[in-house]
Design a protein. Structure first.
Length: 226
């Protein structure tokens, strides 16, 4: 028994050490922002999003304008990352200055979960996993906070179906956290429990009937929403 406890303690210490580099990480909701810059893509022009919002502080790589529903609200203009010839292609957002919080509405095929990697320059600050859903007719909120700051994110969607992700209402800011952070070991444990619960909910709640058309399977037409 002592050996079991010793091994468990060692594992926890190693896990805490491994998480030390991302100790200032948290997953946040839409209400976790104070005065963010907001980009809703409503005035974007057709084609690549690119530097259309550079004046607001953000540049997009591998995102194109499209129309999808990313929340209970009606469909609207979004930034879509999808390449039928390269489903594993990542999307990126580069910021003009260091930020600490980022969030956006997102829709993916239910099988294609999303991981957001945050960088400061070329240094990985940390990452966060999200069990994303929507099929282009609903969605999830993705929100991260790294108090050490970051100026670039890589958005990776597992290409189980096609790796497509549409994002909308992107918001970001540089602000201090309002509450103290949990310890690294506790944070890791909570994250693992949340991941297991999300996986279980998705397996139990997946309908037996036909799914909505997969996101990216039938591209929308720009201009369908005013």
């Amino acid at each position: 028994m002592k050996t079991v406890f010793a091994k468990l303690a060692c594992a926890l210490l190693l896990a805490a050490h491994a998480c030390a580099g991302t100790a200032h990480a948290a997953v946040i909701g839409a209400g976790g922002f104070s005065a963010p810059t907001l980009i809703n893509f409503n005035d974007a022009t057709a084609g690549q999003i690119g530097s259309q919002y550079a004046a607001l502080g953000a540049t997009f790589l591998n995102f194109n304008l499209d129309v999808y529903q990313t929340s209970p609200a009606p469909a609207s203009k979004v930034a879509l990352k999808f390449d039928g010839n390269n489903p594993a292609l990542n999307g990126e957002v580069l910021f003009n200055s260091v930020i600490t919080r980022l969030g956006f509405d997102a829709t993916t095929n239910p099988e294609d979960d999303t991981t957001v990697f945050a960088y400061l320059g070329n240094t990985l600050v940390g990452s966060a996993f999200f069990d994303t859903v929507g099929d282009g007719a609903g969605g999830s909120f993705i929100g991260i906070e790294f108090l050490s700051g970051f100026d670039r994110v890589v958005i990776h969607t597992d290409p189980v179906v096609n790796g497509a992700i549409a994002i909308d209402n992107l918001r970001f800011e540089n602000a201090a956290a309002a509450v103290p952070e949990p310890g690294t070991a506790a944070l890791m444990g909570i994250s693992l429990l949340a991941l297991a619960a999300a996986r279980r909910r998705r397996r139990e709640g997946r309908p037996g009937g036909a799914m909505a058309p997969h996101l990216g399977a039938a591209p929308q037409r720009d201009g369908a929403v005013a």
